[in-house]
Write a protein that binds this ligand. Structure first.
Ligand SMILES: Cc1cc2nc3c(=O)[nH]c(=O)nc-3n(C[C@H](O)[C@H](O)[C@H](O)COP(=O)(O)O)c2cc1C
Length: 650
């Protein structure tokens, strides 16, 4: 789903031990000396918040902002929600159902954040982009053209140094950067530092020409149509792959959209995909090219034994994945993208496909309900982006997707499911993988029956989340069933997914015989989990180390979303979404028994220092306080309600 607009249900978590089906809800066993009451906890943070910033917070506040102003005055929260983002308890029985609905995983009535695109105080992009000579819109342009006037209304810088300027020697946001003081010369010119480092090229961006063709529906999906025709006649044989000059060049890592075959040919403007007739080439063929023309096999995906960071709508954004990569995640995947939105050339949906150079084994995940759109989308991506695999989300539980026959619903639409897998597999040069749940209903397991089919249809790997759609997160993942499914999938590798929060959990999961483990909420609660698993230890990470991780996230965020107001606020919102999960982590040194389990609710406790306590808070106002330490004060009338009620326990 489009970046920043996704709706995914991360339902409230319940308790119990990994491997049991009917879990007991637990409370994290915190050493008695750290325990406190709700009132004392909030009083403590309130009092600290009123104080002048401590040394600790002075050290972490890049802008040197006074953090003493109580956020509650400035932050509006959604009606019917308590300050901590949870639904108020229903007072009357008649309201109970309603309250239950509200208490489920999603905050569906979140405030709509007005886009700042048409902000009349925004400087015209022609004055920011050095390449743009003059404003295309002339007198009709709605943005400011007077830099002096713009600077008068521009809010104060958020800090003395700009991460883009520091890293690359040049900040593309120029005067609009919220840290612009670091790189503006005496005349207001945007400075460039010596030894300028090229910013890494955006991988998997959407080319403007391609976007136009998609919007005008001018693309002809030759390979997909051929595959779909074959499918309508009956099952197809396994995939065949004609190698082309184009593919050879792609294998060398050349950007695909710049390739002569994908460029929109005036003679054949509506064609994408390999030529069916004689090969078109960019120039004369060399011996090297001829070698590349040999038919080659579909690329393989060998990720057995690797740690796979789950696709995570909203939270699994590129900056977060960079953090997880640093801590040892081996495989990463983009957030779920809706195939029809990609086919329409929606910029925000294409943003979900972007890949950072550190993501060495990277896939994208697609959602869709129909063979034609899914196959066409697969062909489109096959030609335009660099990925190691494409995954189909057949685990998505949300109504919006389910009611259209996508996500989990495909588990009960066998004919369509088969056509989608076969069709996509036929047009992809990279392996196709599938993410499943145990089934739709709680007591009707379907996965074990589907796995042999998926293997025959050509899926290279399946990940099984050990819960049904109906269960959402109310029960623990059923690892016994996952074990049963390993045999059903054989020899196709099966990854297991559900409730891994410690190296012990990962070890137990591996004992089921799965090819590897996928981790979702565990990574959100503690991204250093990958290191813990690899080094087989518990890491008693300090609050300042945790803050450093958050700071790195904001730096990656500013790099990814921009260092102007819009980019800063986008970074903040994604940070806040993440903080709504992070607060559930209980520091190792505070636990009476290790490890923490994913179903255990932390009681109120005071950490070993102020920051540790602040990070344990489930109040949105406290997450905002943390964001202000890193990104400066929130704008006036700032509203935030987390998308996922990760802090809600049923
Ligand atoms: C915030 C959030 C977003 C998610 N988004 C996706 C998604 O885009 N695609 C998907 O297949 N699963 C998604 N999931 C499900 C996870 O990938 C995973 O299957 C599930 O959380 C179980 O793993 P866990 O127990 O390790 O959290 C999401 C889960 C969460 C908590």
């Amino acid at each position: 789903m489009a970046e920043g607009a996704a709706e995914v249900s991360a339902e409230s978590d319940d308790a119990g031990d990994l491997g049991t089906v009917e879990p007991e809800r637990g409370v994290a066993p915190i050493k008695p000396q750290y325990l406190t009451t709700k009132e004392q906890f909030h009083e403590f943070l309130e009092a600290k918040g009123q104080e002048k910033p401590s040394q600790e917070s002075e050290a972490v506040d890049p802008a040197g902002n006074d953090l003493a102003e109580p956020e509650a005055k400035r932050i509006r929260l959604e009606d019917g929600q308590t300050e901590d983002g949870q639904a108020e308890e229903a007072a009357k029985p008649g309201e109970q159902l309603q309250a239950q609905k509200r208490a489920r995983g999603q905050n569906k009535c979140r405030p709509h954040v007005k886009p700042t695109h048409y902000d009349k105080n925004k400087l015209c992009p022609s004055l920011v982009q050095e390449s743009a000579a003059r404003c295309f819109y002339g007198d009709r342009c709605r943005f400011l053209h007077d830099v002096g006037h713009y600077l008068e209304t521009k809010p104060a810088d958020l800090g003395p140094s700009c991460v883009l300027f520091e890293t690359f020697g040049r900040c593309p946001y120029g005067v609009t950067c919220r840290f612009a003081g670091a790189h503006l010369g005496p005349e207001g010119q945007n400075l460039v530092r010596e030894g300028l480092i090229q910013a890494p090229p955006i991988r998997n961006g959407l080319d403007k020409a391609l976007q136009q063709q998609l919007r005008k529906r001018k693309i002809h999906f030759k390979r997909a149509e051929q595959a779909l025709r074959q499918l309508s006649r009956g099952p197809m044989p396994g995939p065949t792959h004609e190698a082309t000059v184009l593919e050879g060049r792609e294998a060398e890592g050349a950007p695909r959209q710049d390739n002569c075959d994908i460029q929109l040919d005036p003679q054949e403007p509506d064609t994408i995909g390999p030529p069916s007739g004689p090969l078109r080439t960019c120039g004369p063929l060399t011996d090297e090219d001829v070698v590349r023309l040999r038919p080659r096999e579909k690329r393989r995906l060998d990720i057995s034994g690797k740690l796979y960071l789950a696709p995570l709508t909203t939270c699994g954004n590129l900056p977060f994945r960079r953090i997880c990569k640093r801590f040892g995640a081996d495989v990463t995947c983009g957030e779920m993208a809706v195939c029809t939105n990609l086919l329409q050339g929606q910029t925000s949906e294409w943003a979900l496909l972007r890949r950072h150079p550190c993501e060495d084994i990277f896939g994208v995940q697609l959602e869709g309900a129909f063979p034609d759109t899914m196959t066409k989308c697969a062909e489109l991506l096959n030609r335009t982006i660099e990925v190691d695999f494409v995954d189909i989300n057949v685990g998505c539980p949300i109504d919006l997707v389910f009611k259209k026959g996508g996500g989990c619903a495909l588990m009960n639409r066998l004919a369509k499911f088969q056509q989608i897998v076969r069709g996509m597999n036929q047009v992809l040069d990279v392996p196709l993988t599938v993410k499943l749940r145990t089934g739709v209903q709680e007591r009707v397991n379907l996965a074990h029956r589907l796995l042999p089919d998926l293997r025959d249809w050509g899926a290279a790997l399946v990940t099984l989340h050990g819960r049904s759609r109906e269960q959402r997160y109310t029960k623990l993942a059923d690892w016994q069933y996952i074990e049963q499914c390993v045999a059903a999938a054989h020899p196709m590798p099966l990854f297991g997914n559900g409730d891994v929060l410690s190296y012990e959990d990962a070890n137990r999961a591996r004992q089921t015989g799965v090819a590897g483990v996928m981790i979702a909420r565990g990574a959100l609660l503690k991204p250093w989990l990958f290191t813990e698993i690899k080094e087989q230890r518990h890491w008693d990470i300090s609050s300042s180390e945790r803050l450093d991780i958050l700071r790195d996230f904001t730096h990656y965020g500013l790099e990814h979303w921009g260092s102007d107001t819009q980019g800063v606020e986008k970074t903040r919102r994604f940070l806040l979404e993440w903080l709504s999960f992070l607060c559930r982590y209980v520091p190792v040194g505070l636990l009476e028994r290790l490890p923490q389990r994913i179903n255990e609710r932390p009681p109120y406790y005071l950490g070993r220092d102020y920051l540790e306590t602040l990070m344990a808070s489930q109040k949105a106002a406290d997450w905002i306080r943390i964001s202000e330490m890193l990104l400066g004060p929130v704008p006036p009338n700032f509203v935030f309600l987390p998308k996922h009620k990760a802090n809600a326990y049923k």
